[in-house]
Design a protein around this ligand. Structure first.
Ligand code: NAD
Length: 249
């Protein structure tokens, strides 16, 4: 029996990047996995793709109920859907601040609210939130994005405290720069994407970007009973960036 056998998991933002790698890893290890995404059209067996927008409470509730009905319950919620934002406080207007908080923070709140009644019935309930080193690194040109991830970190700790006596664990992962379609899109906006990628890699302690599968490995650990005594923690998956006190620029 694997530690994932029989687990029923929902991964938000699971059609791409870190979420996709996580959904695939959990399924490979024996979990039954549903993916909630704006565009799940590329998601196929054994994953169950569910179309929903984490900024729309009704669509989140419908997707969670559909996942629970198809999987027969819910043990694991991976709150991963998120979007990026560049710039200082002056570069983003109120509408942009509301939009990014709506996805990155309120999206996790909505999904957790819909999932908690089901997680309470699980003997191995675990919530894993995808945070970021941006939560505490003081990155330049990332005020809005960093503030959303700071909120995700605080939300993780508060939820861990609120639900510990119900047997629901809540943790987060803090990826560094991970090689996902999101980062690919960012690099594509550079004048010379290959040179920009090489410069980005050179700034990493390891000399390379973090793999989406490496973040998935950390999420899977926190999702499974292997980490049964761990709650209210953040796990850095950043190639040493935080532990070595380095600052990405
Ligand atoms: P990605 O763009 O490859 O995947 C994000 C997925 O989320 C997409 O499938 C997208 O459709 C989905 N999504 C976006 N908005 C949504 C919404 N409103 N409702 C439902 N689904 C929605 O990005 P990624 O790099 O895999 O990022 C995933 C998470 O990891 C995000 O929370 C991000 O903040 C975090 N993160 C990424 C990095 C990195 O360097 N890639 C670093 C730290 C943290």
């Amino acid at each position: 029996m694997s530690d994932f056998e029989g687990l029923r998991a929902l991964v938000t933002g699971g059609a791409s990047g870190i979420g996709r790698a996580t959904a695939e890893l959990l399924a490979e290890r024996g979990a039954r996995v549903a993916v909630l995404d704006l565009d799940p059209s590329g998601v196929g067996e054994p994953l169950l793709g569910l179309r929903a927008d984490v900024t729309d409470d009704a669509s989140v509730r419908a997707a969670v109920e559909a996942a629970v009905a198809a999987l027969g319950g819910l043990d694991v919620l991976v709150n991963n859907a998120g979007i990026g934002a560049q710039g200082t406080v002056e570069d983003n207007d109120d509408a942009a601040w509301h939009r990014v908080f709506d996805v990155n923070v309120f999206g996790m709140v909505r999904t957790a609210r819909a999932a908690l009644p089901h997680l309470r019935r699980s003997p191995h309930a675990s919530v894993v939130n995808t945070c970021s080193i941006a939560a505490s690194a003081g990155l330049p040109q990332r005020a809005l994005y960093s503030a959303t991830k700071g909120a995700v970190y605080s939300l993780t700790l508060a939820m861990a405290a609120d639900h510990v006596r119900e047997g629901i664990r809540v943790n987060c992962v803090n990826p560094g720069t991970a090689d996902t379609p999101w980062v690919g899109r960012l690099l594509d906006t550079a004048e010379d994407p290959a040179a920009e990628r090489a410069a980005l890699e050179a700034r990493q302690p390891t000399g390379r970007l973090v793999g989406a599968a490496e973040v998935a490995g950390a999420i899977a650990y926190l999702a499974s009973p292997l980490s049964g005594a761990t709650t209210g923690t953040s796990l850095a998956v950043d190639g040493g960036m935080q532990g070595l006190r380095l600052r990405p620029v």
